[in-house]
Design a protein around this ligand. Structure first.
Ligand SMILES: Cc1cc2nc3c(=O)[nH]c(=O)nc-3n(C[C@H](O)[C@H](O)[C@H](O)COP(=O)(O)OP(=O)(O)OC[C@H]3O[C@@H](n4cnc5c(N)ncnc54)[C@H](O)[C@@H]3O)c2cc1C
Length: 398
């Protein structure tokens, strides 16, 4: 398990907090974009599971594909706290589109934290501008939680690696063009993590994609299989230039990923609350708005509290990350709590909407379909609780 092992170099994650006025202006611009461009088209893209090409171009223009990448590489260099606020706000209207830039930024984070100076100079400016977009390719058909069980191999052949294997469930798999790819460079290594490496893998001969998965929710963003058959990349694409570091590099990047999923959970929990609050004041039964019935007030009271707690835990994790401190415990708590809050708030909102919650004419059913993914992605909630408990016990040995 990731937490039991000491990474050799966690890379620097320290970032200074943004000036409050500058942050407010930035968040206002995001809100204007969400209200003007995103809200009118959500249902169309979500119901049809259609890739939002125009929104992606707008996100590129706003710099979101470089949100957390350092300014020296052309990114916005945002601290995790500001990034989490942006993600939570967008996700409170449509969670799925945040996945398009988040998975991409986790790939970039791996290169920025662990890459060689040459790799950073070559790849980060193109990641930051969105000219090259992609994601993180870890999961395989036989290995999700147990990442060390992956079977994709990279065999050194002169100045190249030859890669064979299959990844599955990869976000941006079809529309992305480059992935941080976890492979085995030494399949016989014991312990297994010592044989794992992370590669920068742009699409090319030998790298094909399977069909787009038909999913319950998280529509519009593509999830797909990636297939590697004698796929060759330059040895220079080995992140950090040293074999055997991939497991730490991949799981180190997941801290930011977990803060992002927590922020998406906050957005889903707050969005469900917003929809339920509006509906409860409009819908009348027994001659008064249902918001005046005690049963509905109990629901709303729970929802407000959960959303607020999720927000506080998420910003606590983001602040720890920005201080450059290890934050697997804080990120684990935030990811676990905020994703469960998303599920519970969306389900409670479904109850408040009554029969109409089941209609696709209302938005709340999307929150219900999208929220469960937050409990699974970037490390399942079972694993988050174990990570939190192990760290807690380590700090409280008797
Ligand atoms: C929509 C979507 C998008 C995704 N995007 C990506 C992506 O971009 N890149 C990527 O690499 N992956 C991606 N994934 C894969 C995702 O990360 C995995 O599904 C997740 O890690 C869980 O792995 P699994 O599905 O193999 O479940 P399993 O590992 O088989 O787990 C099944 C159950 O067993 C539990 N479990 C497993 N091992 C233990 C243990 N040791 N102790 C206690 N409980 C345990 C799990 O918590 C879970 O409840 C995506 C998945 C989905 C659904």
């Amino acid at each position: 398990m990731a937490t039991a092992l000491a990474p050799q170099n966690l890379g620097d994650t320290a970032r200074t907090a943004m000036d409050p006025d500058e942050e407010r202006a930035f968040l206002d611009a995001i809100d204007k974009w969400v209200q003007k461009e995103v809200r009118p088209v959500v249902m169309h893209h979500d119901h049809g599971d259609i890739w939002p090409a125009e929104l992606v171009a707008q996100m590129q223009e706003m710099g979101l594909f470089g949100a957390t990448i350092g300014q020296e590489y052309g990114g916005l260099g945002l601290p995790a706290v500001t990034y989490a606020k942006i993600v939570a706000h967008i996700a409170s209207y449509w969670m799925a589109i945040t996945g398009i830039f988040n998975s991409h930024l986790i790939m970039a984070c791996a290169v920025e934290r662990f890459g060689t100076p040459l790799q950073k100079a070559k790849w980060l400016p193109k990641f930051a501008s969105g000219e090259i977009r992609g994601g993180l390719a870890l999961t395989e058909p036989n290995a999700g939680t147990d990442l060390q069980a992956i079977r994709t191999t990279a065999v050194r052949d002169g100045d190249e690696y030859v890669i064979n294997g299959t990844k599955t469930w990869i976000s941006n798999g079809i529309n992305g063009s480059c992935f941080a790819l976890l492979v085995k460079t030494d399949p016989k290594a014991d312990p297994r993590y010592k044989g794992m490496s992370l590669m920068i893998a742009p699409k090319g001969p030998g790298f094909t994609t399977g069909k787009k998965f038909d999913k319950l929710g998280y529509h519009a963003i593509d999830s797909a299989e990636l297939i590697f058959e004698d796929y060759r990349i330059p040895a220079d694409n080995l992140i950090g230039g040293v074999e055997g570091q991939g497991f730490f590099q991949a799981t180190g990047g997941l801290e930011l990923g977990r803060i992002n999923v927590a922020a998406r959970g906050v957005g889903l929990a707050e969005g469900s609350l917003r929809l339920a609050t509006e509906y409860a004041q409009m819908r009348q039964t027994m001659g008064k708005p249902i918001a005046e019935h005690q049963a509905i007030q109990l629901y709303l009271g729970e929802m407000v509290t959960r959303a607020r707690a999720a927000r506080l835990l998420t910003f606590d994790a983001a602040e720890t990350y920005d201080r450059g401190e290890r934050c697997d415990m804080q990120a684990g708590m935030a990811k676990y709590f905020a994703s469960e809050a998303a599920v519970e708030n969306s389900q409670t909102a479904m109850r408040i909407f009554g029969g109409y919650s089941y209609s696709k004419e209302y938005e709340i059913e999307r929150f219900y379909r999208d929220s469960m993914l937050m409990c699974i992605g970037e490390g399942t909630n079972e694993m988050q609780r174990m990570i939190v408990a192990k760290q807690w016990l380590k700090e409280h040995r008797i």
